[in-house]
Design a protein around this ligand. Structure first.
Ligand code: GLA
Length: 749
């Protein structure tokens, strides 16, 4: 019998870089159970509504035997038995669902690990060697059948959600180097069946599009080869059983905690088995492991829900809030991070034309609206007048801020707000002092062109001197200025990813070392400045993943701030990520991207679905605009914890050309709920459908209060949870027309 797990281990054992210090003490109270049955040789992890079981089969491989709804305490999962050879073409090694298969013997499906030894041998067959309890969970050690390559599989399970954390440490105890060509965090196996795969893809200004397709024979590869997470695909998946929908049925889901090139392969083999393998992207991968060196993989978090995609995302949101997101010193002991301050950001209003007087004028207007945090975006540093120059030169531009940042920051503080600043630390413009001094600091292959994107190059953060420079300037900036928040941007992907200081065979280490150094800079900054909060931005949502989210408090989901487009982006976003981190600004109308005209109320309500910000040119707002925004910001502040940390129900999806959409959130105590309803573009004056609410206490009485808009004239103002869920909330007959929005709160009496 293994002892009880404790929560923080979810984040600490697998990767020392994971900033355990940032986790709240309350996590130590969590527990979940694992045990090993010596007679059947089965390891079993149980937590919340989930059981995960795997064991040692007669050949000595680790084999998964069950992953799904929680089994009875006295139930015995099946004994792991190698699957027989189906034909001479279907080897037993391929048919047996290995927990972490090395490429060797007769394995034809996706391996978890592939290596080349110094003598040219490429056969790797991993067998169980030992297991240990760790203070945080369970480690199982595998070893090759003849070579001294050890793989330690780390397992954790979260008591509240049943979400597993899996990762691996690969160690070379041979006397010569080995090259790792492929290394996954884990392979996960589903019971044979018919499934639908859900995954998120996108592009700049169009992130987080939900795709749904049947899983068929062959492999579906989701990946980034860009050195970063990427807008184009997000490292999240959810696999639904045939009978599952938004609210019902079985869903298996996962998210890889890695901000570099990644790959998730979902394959259905010739015998219909479905497996998911996720980790470092094997494309252009080649990590040389010298004797006694180790490589750690990222962590794959994976969970199971019996309540459809909605249930799956509610579990992930709760897990992210409690177990992934960092805390500042001020909130170190709270179980979840504090709701985000309502920000003002001047980017869309001023772009690069920032100045002391201009920013102070905006700050005064922002404070009058009830804004908590004033953020100055790009343009304040070096010779930054456009995006042609200045990145890398992180000194305050004297023309724009002759007295430094202090007068602006002091004014912002005097107005009752805290101050945030934009940085893009990993980048350099060729037109910068930094590049003129250190042209060798960028990713490049000597003698080859250096491909620019947005007139910028990527600093090779894997280099210790570059890492020290980046940490040094950020630390100095935070020491010299009273800055509460950094918007950390990253506005291109890699090209020519050379690291010519290393021997030729080792240069591909850049894919791992760059991201490890990024994480270590973020961890060190947070240690030195424990109340500074950070946003992960990458031209919008290009770097959103559970790796960066251990160090960053929020993300910028998209540069597309059109309130209607955002409804779909936000809907897709919430399949994987909590609304707590989903920053959403209200900007100007007509919108710069698509010229769509919308009312301020509609824009406000679209942004209030997440963590609200204002990004409009408020210098041009009328007194009526300001009054409306002020009223809605105050209303938002009152219910914000319910919106961003409550259980989210996607009542009507905005996808697939829907005329309407609606969401609802309910707080943990079921004492408050907030409903948003949007009309997109309708034909024939169609009215809004009756909204059957979810997740309320059927026996409690709830009072309905409009935040914006009206309920039907004959709607009760107070009714039971049963009424709101069974009869539903009827909106006013006048709620018609294009791009209309309404919002309500329900409070238990
Ligand atoms: C990126 C960000 C924007 C803004 C600009 C500044 O595009 O996503 O929000 O900060 O950079 O250059």
């Amino acid at each position: 019998m293994l002892k009880t797990f404790t929560g923080p281990a979810l984040l600490t054992a697998a990767a020392p870089l994971l900033a355990a210090a940032l986790l709240p003490a309350s996590l130590a109270a969590q527990s979940a159970m694992a045990h090993f049955d010596a007679s059947s040789k089965v390891f079993r992890l149980d937590a919340a509504n989930t059981t995960y079981a795997f064991g040692i089969n007669s050949r000595g491989e680790l084999q998964q035997v069950y992953w799904g709804g929680r089994l009875g305490a006295s139930d015995t999962p099946p004994t792991p038995t190698p699957r027989r050879e189906w034909a001479s073409f279907d080897s037993t090694y391929t048919n047996t669902p290995q927990e972490y298969g090395g490429w060797g013997a007769g394995l034809f499906n996706e391996p978890a690990l592939k290596v080349t030894f110094a003598d040219g041998n490429r056969d790797l067959v991993l067998h169980y060697q030992s297991h240990t309890e760790t203070p945080s969970g369970l480690d199982v050690v595998l070893k090759d059948i003849s070579r001294n390559v050890l793989v330690t599989l780390h397992y954790f399970i979260d008591e509240h959600t049943g979400i597993l954390g899996r990762s691996a440490t690969i160690e070379n105890r041979e006397s010569a180097p080995i090259t790792i060509e492929q290394a996954a965090a884990a392979t996960l196996v589903l019971p044979a069946g018919n499934y639908t795969l859900n995954y998120l893809t996108g592009r700049w200004a169009g992130e987080f599009t939900l795709n749904q397709e049947p899983i068929r024979h062959g492999a579906r590869v989701l990946e980034s080869r860009r050195g970063t997470t990427g807008h184009q695909a997000n490292p999240w998946f959810a696999i639904q059983s045939a009978a599952s929908d938004e609210d019902h049925g079985e869903v298996w889901f996962g998210a890889l905690a890695w901000s570099g090139s990644w790959r998730t392969t979902i394959e259905q083999d010739q015998l219909d088995a479905v497996r998911v393998t996720s980790g470092y992207n094997p494309f252009d991968f080649g990590y040389v492991l010298h004797p006694n060196e180790k490589l750690e993989t990222p962590v794959l978090y994976a969970g199971y829900s019996a309540h459809g995609l909605g249930g799956a995302s509610r579990l992930l949101h709760a897990f992210e809030l409690r177990n992934v997101l960092p805390r500042t010193q001020k909130t170190a002991s709270s179980p979840t991070p504090r709701p985000r301050p309502v920000i003002y950001n001047s980017w869309e209003a001023t772009e690069f034309h920032v100045s002391e007087a201009g920013q102070i004028a905006l700050a005064e207007k922002a404070a009058a609206l009830g804004i908590d945090r004033f953020v100055m975006d790009d343009g304040w540093f070096g010779q930054r007048k456009t995006d042609n120059a200045g990145l890398g030169d992180w000194y305050v531009n004297q023309e724009k801020f002759p007295h430094g940042l202090k007068p602006l920051i002091d004014r912002v503080h005097a107005l009752g707000m805290d101050f945030g600043l934009w940085v893009e630390p990993e980048m350099v413009n060729p037109d910068s002092d930094l590049y003129r001094k250190h042209p060798d600091w960028v990713l490049n292959f000597p003698g080859r062109p250096r491909t620019e994107q947005r007139q910028q190059l990527v600093l090779n953060l894997a280099r210790p001197d570059v890492r020290d420079y980046v940490l040094g300037f950020l630390d100095k900036l935070l020491n010299e200025n009273d800055i509460a928040f950094l918007k950390w941007d990253y506005n291109r992907n890699w090209a020519e990813p050379g690291w010519d200081q290393l021997p030729a065979a080792e240069q591909k280490k850049v894919y791992v070392a760059f991201i490890q150094n990024l994480y270590s800079i973020l961890a060190e900054l947070r240690k030195r400045h424990p109340n500074v909060e950070i946003e992960s931005c990458s031209g919008g949502g290009g770097r959103v993943d559970l790796g960066i989210l251990r160090y960053t408090d929020e993300v910028w989901p998209s540069d597309n701030t059109d309130p209607f487009d955002r409804l779909t982006i936000q809907d897709g976003f919430t399949y994987a990520y909590t609304p707590q981190i989903m920053m959403a600004w209200v900007t100007d109308s007509p919108h710069w991207l698509n010229k769509r005209t919308t009312s301020l109320a509609y824009r406000m309500l679209s942004s209030m679905q997440g963590s609200l910000g204002i990004g409009a040119n408020i210098d041009k707002w009328t007194p009526d605009d300001a009054a409306l925004a002020k009223r809605l910001i105050a209303a938002y502040h009152e219910v914000q914890p319910t919106i961003v940390q409550g259980d989210l129900y996607r009542l009507i999806s905005p996808r697939n050309g829907s005329e309407f959409s609606a969401t609802q959130t309910v707080n943990a105590a079921k004492s408050q709920s907030v409903v948003f309803a949007f009309i997109h573009s309708t034909q024939e004056g169609r009215g809004f459908p009756l909204l059957k609410l979810k997740g309320l206490d059927p026996d409690a009485q709830y009072a309905l209060t409009p935040i914006e808009g009206k309920a039907a004239a004959d709607s009760p103002t107070t009714a039971s949870g049963a009424f709101w869920m069974n009869h539903g909330l009827a909106l006013h007959d006048d709620f018609r027309g294009d791009f209309q929005a309404a919002a309500f709160r329900l409070d238990r009496k």
